[in-house]
Design a protein around this ligand. Sequence first.
Ligand code: GLC
Ligand code: CA
Length: 555
Amino acid sequence: MKKQWWHDKVAYQIYPKSFKDTNQDGIGDIKGVIEKLDYLKELGIDIIWLSPIYASPLADQGYDISDYYSIDPRFGTMEELEELIEEAKKREMYIIMDLVVNHCSDEHEWFKKAMEDPDGEYGNYFYIMKGKDGKEPSNIRSYFGGSAWERIGDTDRYYLHLFHKKQPDLNWENPVVRNKIYTMINWWLEKGIAGFRIDAIINIKKALPFHDYEPDREDGLATCKKMLEEATGVMDFLREMNDSTFKKYDAFTVGEVFNEKKEDLPDFIGDDGCFSSMFDFNETTFGASEKGWYDSQAITPDDYRDCCFRSQRRAEGIGFLSNIIENHDEPRGVSRYIPQGECSDVSKKLLATVYFFLKGLPFIYQGQEIGMENVPFKSIDDLDDISTLDEYKVALDQGIPEDEAFKIVCRYSRDNARVPFQWDDSKNAGFTEGNPWIMVSPEYEKINLKVQREDPDSLFRYYKKLIALRKQEEYKDTFVYGTMEPVYEDRARIMAYFRKGEKQNILVVGNFQTEPQMVELSGEYCRVLLNNYDEISCEGKTLQLKGYQVLVLEL
Ligand code: GLC
Ligand code: CA
């Protein structure tokens, strides 16, 4: 594997709207990110991914961009962003932006022009099709519910939106569109950002001509994933994009890629892949149902382990995955992967450790480092996210009673991760002195950075240790480039693996349950690199693990 500048880095995702508000309008802003750079540096972060801050009507919280070249005034100004890039550089940190190019906003000027004249130049920037017998051109369902086709006024034409109707899909088959996108990407790279997180990228290739699929719900529609599975040739676009942009700047890119075909992995993240890395979503998609959230199956600790290991094995020798326990589209990792009722500082440390030392790039989502949990929402009115509201409706349509449907969507809602960062125990968790755009979790009095900074046993202090250990000169090579070998896989509620490098053999071993468990080591350990308890109990080669104890041992 060719060594790259970003291999040994630790990344952090900021959801700017909920990070830190500096002008007290209730919305987090770029200045808030600048203000907290030292904090992130202290934590040990190198790469910062900013969720979208471009001009946007915020129908999908900025993933609907109306101008790729400007900053939404709610987040700040271009000068402030330049200052952020500068300030990050001073601290040897890198800023990456979100690249949302499967679709734009219906308020983008391209789309407005297309609507004025669908037969003109801009009509061909989108997928605008005639209906079929007075109906949509095909029966695909959008990710956020309902048909993926929106009728244009009272004409017989429709435009395609795989996401919300305010997010029309860009026509990647049109070379003019592709070139405009590449020009824009280069413009940002010239500005000094280090790369991009690439949104929803697998969706750019459609199976043409559009046609119907076997309906999978009573609405007579079929998931748009059916159409995507059929599409071939996405790699041609991605390679062209890479050659025209990222490659020239040695940029770091991480793709949001779902359901890639196994044999395609080298094309995505191999030495000559189109991206540097891609997220491992094997755990987040476990138990998901095509029917909707109401039909999802909960994940057990053993399922979690198996999902992680499956991805790790697939990527071994090919490239670097990016590992997460949560992001802005998912509930909080600690609330999802730790069985209900067992969330504690100890179990949170276990989860942090077992994912953090997997091979690949660790990403931390804002608030994860202080153990933020799912939000105890009180009613459906507390929820803002469009996908949550759609899933609520899907559940009600199934005849599920309101309180039950509400409970279901609370478990999976994207808003769990979108409430403000909990800085301290003052009003609104120190996020704003104004009216926060979304509720603040009432948990902030217990879970906040201020308290954890002072407590040597806190999760925050533990995350600092995790990061410091991964970066320690002596061990770095093993953690970054060492092989990853699962062990004790037949043992229930044990998640363990070796990281073997030229210099060391390191064992990460966790007891993913409340009851103690024993593990026979293959040899004696020489050093305890990390422990979420004060002591370690080992007689000869028999390791006695306490409930949710996790250890990083040098053997
Ligand atoms: C990605 C984003 C998500 C957004 C969607 C459409 O999945 O992470 O937040 O809603 O793309 O852009
Ligand atoms: Ca603000």
